[in-house]
Design a protein around this ligand. Sequence first.
Ligand code: NAD
Length: 364
Amino acid sequence: MVYRIAVLKGDGIGPEIVDSALAVLHRIGEIYGHTFLFLECAIGGEAIDTVGVPLPQETVDCCLKSDSVLLGAVGGPKWDSLAGDQRPEKALLGIRAALGLYTNLRPAKLFPALRGASPLREDLINAGFDILIVRELTGGIYFGDRGYRTGKYGEEAFDTEAYSVTEIERIGRAAFEAAMKRSRRLTSVDKANVLETSRLWRKTMHRLAAEYPEVTYSDMFVDNAAMQLVRNPKQFDVIVTSNMFGDILSDEASQITGSIGMLASASLGGTTRGMYEPIHGSAPDIAGQNKANPIATVLSAAMMLRYSFGLGAEADCIEQAVDRVLEQGWRTADLAVNGGAPAQPILGCTEMTEKILKELSPAQ
Ligand code: NAD
């Protein structure tokens, strides 16, 4: 089978980590007899420098023609002084909207070998945890009306949040369906004690909950959720929440797994085409130094195989290879930092990729 993958490497460590994932996909193709065609397109700062805009139309067209999209990361200090709608990060919102990707799946799983790298106390995580954050991706305050105006105290800025029942329902259904495939527990996170959008969110989720009696459903305020994630992460299975709350909570969840360099994500809409990317940014502080951890991007490629192409065995093969490399004690610098002295020399991005490639063999 031939799969066409739009490849958006982006800025900073983007090219390094995406190259790792492409090497892994290429090897998976050899093992399982698939052809992955990589169609490279510019996005973010790279696109600003070459074409003058963060999201060129050719990039959107290329993604729309592909079977799925793999993204590195965008942004960096070079473009920080640009106006909001000209910045590299604007391309992220644009491509998600252009591809109709309203569901963002962000797994936060503690790899047993990385327990020592989690900042949480051993007794809080010794039973492990495996959380799936389902974040709404194309609505809410990141897409609402915004601007500047003159207010009571002079110049002021404003951002607005709006959610329709339709938007809440479709992300809610995605979350209930995800919970049905896992341990059937779903927590909806909102701020219904303050926000009108959250009250509509909660009312709509309750209606959906009645359609999924097999799922144990609960509500939680976002401030409590932020606290519970570090107090007792094991209590969560699937969390569903709005765009901004999901952005913040998933970064918190990533940190308790040990490193932001481990966490993959999938953005999905109404078709099998998705966009897959690590949840971290372009890490300009370590770009071009062979220090980046490629695992989040490699695991994002595994999610693509599973969710867009239905290649579960191939995805398992990648995830098991990562598990084995970590069990053998191999670490990139970000993983070694909290975990004490690693058993082996610290690896760069290239060397970590080589270790993963070596461990790839049909899943057990
Ligand atoms: P960041 O995620 O890029 O970096 C935060 C910290 O984590 C840094 O110390 C970095 O070195 C480290 N880090 C991140 N990924 C790593 C990896 N794979 N391996 C090892 N260490 C890693 O967040 P930031 O510093 O807030 O943002 C940097 C730039 O990235 C900004 O321009 C920001 O707008 C952009 N950004 C882009 C995306 C995206 O493209 N999806 C997401 C977040 C931030």
